[in-house]
Design a protein around this ligand. Structure first.
Ligand SMILES: [Zn+2]
Length: 196
């Protein structure tokens, strides 16, 4: 979520949030830094069969991921559409900000049950997820570290967010104040008028 792995020279002192070093014969060290301690490290000779990886869903930018896939996976599911698309067993890499944004552009309420979204709307949603991710990648991402540059200004992608973090501010489409709710302990932002 907010951790990172990076290469350092072997004699680089570890910081307070550095938890694992893997030393290479080259003299370089692969270092794992995890300030929020959400991460873990696993050793496996067959990683794709590891219990944490074997049930992962497809990549959102891959061909396998489309509206029909989401529609089929969501039948009879009562979980909210927002939590459904954030479940890595369904699709990997759709984080909280991206999920809120994609649902806004697709016009779907984050509160709607996943099993009660029609195929046509899943087509809109899968396209919106891809568009939001491609835009964010082009803008340099939205990880926590990237949110504020050295000057304290919000990162580029945050400035162009459609709905996320905009509670009480006017919807960019209809001027209705944006609503904030909590779902699965994560903040959701949406327009009650545009998203049904
Ligand atoms: Zn609106």
């Amino acid at each position: 979520m907010s951790g990172s792995v990076f290469m350092v020279d072997r004699d680089t002192p570890a910081g307070v949030h550095d938890h694992v070093d893997i030393e290479f014969d080259s003299g370089k060290t692969l270092r794992f830094r995890d300030p929020r301690r959400f991460g873990s490290l696993h050793w496996s000779k067959n990683p794709l069969k590891h219990k944490l990886l074997r049930s992962l869903g497809p990549e959102p930018l891959g061909q396998e991921f489309d509206g029909e896939y989401l529609w089929k996976r969501s039948r009879r599911r009562r979980v909210s559409i927002k939590q459904f698309i954030m479940n890595a067993d369904v699709v990997v890499g759709v984080g909280n900000i991206y999920a809120s944004e994609a649902l806004y552009y697709a016009g779907i309420s984050p509160r709607r049950a996943a099993g009660r979204v029609a195929l046509q709307r899943y087509d809109l949603l899968s396209t919106a997820i891809k568009d939001v991710l491609v835009t964010a990648i082009a803008a340099g991402g939205t990880t926590l570290r990237d949110f504020y540059g050295g000057d304290g200004e919000p990162g580029y992608f945050q400035r162009q967010l459609g709905v996320y973090g905009r509670e009480g501010e006017p919807c960019r489409r209809c001027d209705t104040p944006i609503t904030a709710i909590v779902q699965g302990q994560r903040s959701s932002y949406y327009c009650r008028r545009c998203q049904t």
